[in-house]
Design a protein around this ligand. Structure first.
Ligand code: PLP
Length: 383
């Protein structure tokens, strides 16, 4: 187990040998690789929401800024306040909508940048900004087909023209979000086209907005038309491919590994059942190891009897149901293995590796959910 400072997400002493290793060197490598896919004039807004996709928001934010990120993206005001309390002074864009509108006072107090999707919201923000004699930078969110939040592409230019008149507000950015960059070429090109028309319409009226952005990780790799002058990578920064086959286009290194140690070993007779519901029974005399990690740590219960883990550089199967705080592995193929042996649940050991993608496929989800689902109970250790 690596020795390191206590991670920022953890207040308890680090006693149980279960941890997530976060390789900030790999993160910086991914940042540079992503930057190489973009023209020099395109800046990065790393998306650090959801505790940096489970990697630790403060540490990821600092690593991003040290790599030259201009702005940081978070999901809600609380995440923005968290970064401010950790003395991060860089511009922070709140990607989600603000509700209720009275929460704009926190935007002002903590010098955050909200997105704006309606005239009503911008008027309320202007009022609060004037009262505090401050200026707030906003990004206009245009809905070109995601169907989530944003002003429709038809009405976007009009909204911008009204918002730029409001005292206390600076329209620093305009952006949209792509719904199917990994699966629908035509629809994505239509979205990009709609966004471009809004920008063109504004340009005709001599309105040039500083930041124009549309690209998530997939669009950074696949749609250079979506690059504009700012890109918003999330998953790729964490070293996870945003779509099948992306590994041929960019060299990404996974940033997170999930590890534990065997805390108990026993020999069992053929026919012995293991864990809740007796879903697994030994079909030979077996050696069973117990791991101090379970679904409360974000190791999904759907992995019961399906996942494998790495011990001594070899794959061994998880047996029986994953419990809340523990799970069991069949180490009969490793007769010399002892209590204290390191176990890799996500990551590599020797020549073998288990990717977040493998875990995602076994549980019917995507890598995003696997990494941001590793719970707060698991300390993050920074390398
Ligand atoms: C989360 C998010 C991103 C990052 O997307 P990835 O697929 O992880 O690269 C970009 N933009 C917005 C608006 C987001 O909410």
């Amino acid at each position: 187990m690596p020795k390191s400072h206590y991670p920022s997400n953890y207040v308890l002493p680090f006693l149980r040998p279960t941890w997530a290793e976060i390789d900030l060197g790999a993160f910086r490598h991914n940042f540079r690789e992503i930057k190489r896919k973009l023209r020099k004039s395109v800046s990065l807004l790393p998306v650090v929401k959801a505790d940096g996709y489970g990697h630790g928001m403060e540490e990821i934010a600092r690593a991003s800024l040290s790599c030259g990120a201009r702005l940081l993206g978070v999901a809600n005001i609380e995440e923005g306040i968290f970064l401010r309390k950790r003395r991060i002074t860089a511009p922070i864009l709140i990607l989600g909508s603000v509700y209720p509108l009275s929460n704009f006072t926190y935007i002002l107090r903590y010098n955050l940048s909200p997105i704006i999707c309606s005239l009503q919201a911008s008027q309320e923000l202007s009022k609060i900004a004037r009262r505090r004699k401050k200026k707030v930078k906003v990004h206009i969110k245009v809905d070109t087909g995601m169907g989530r939040i944003g002003i429709s592409a038809e009405n976007a230019a009009n909204l911008v023209k009204k918002v730029i008149q409001l005292p206390g507000i600076i329209v620093e950015g305009i952006f949209t979000h792509l719904a199917a960059a990994d699966s629908d070429y035509q629809f994505t090109m239509e979205q990009i086209g709609k966004f471009q028309s809004v920008i063109n319409e504004l340009k005709r009226d001599n309105i040039n907005i500083k930041y124009r952005h549309a690209a998530n990780s997939t669009a950074i790799l696949r749609y250079s038309d979506a690059h504009f002058n700012l890109a918003r990578p999330g998953i790729s920064l964490y070293g996870l491919i945003p779509f099948e086959g992306a590994e041929r286009e960019i060299d990404l290194k996974p940033v997170m590994q999930l590890k534990t140690k065997i805390v108990f070993i026993k020999r069992v007779k053929k026919g012995t059942s293991i864990s809740y519901g007796r879903t697994w029974k030994a079909n030979r005399d077996s050696i069973i190891g117990t791991l101090p990690i379970g679904y409360a740590d974000g190791y999904n219960r759907l992995l019961s009897n399906r996942a494998e883990v790495l011990i001594c550089g070899k794959r061994v199967p998880l047996v029986g149901r994953v419990c809340m705080d523990m799970c069991m592995v069949d180490v009969t193929s490793l007769p010399n293995v002892k209590v204290g042996e390191e176990v890799v649940l996500i990551g590599s050991q020797g020549k073998e590796k288990i990717t977040a993608d493998e875990i995602a496929k076994l549980t019917g989800t995507i890598t995003y959910e696997v990494v941001c689902g590793i719970s707060k109970r698991v300390p993050r250790i920074y390398l």
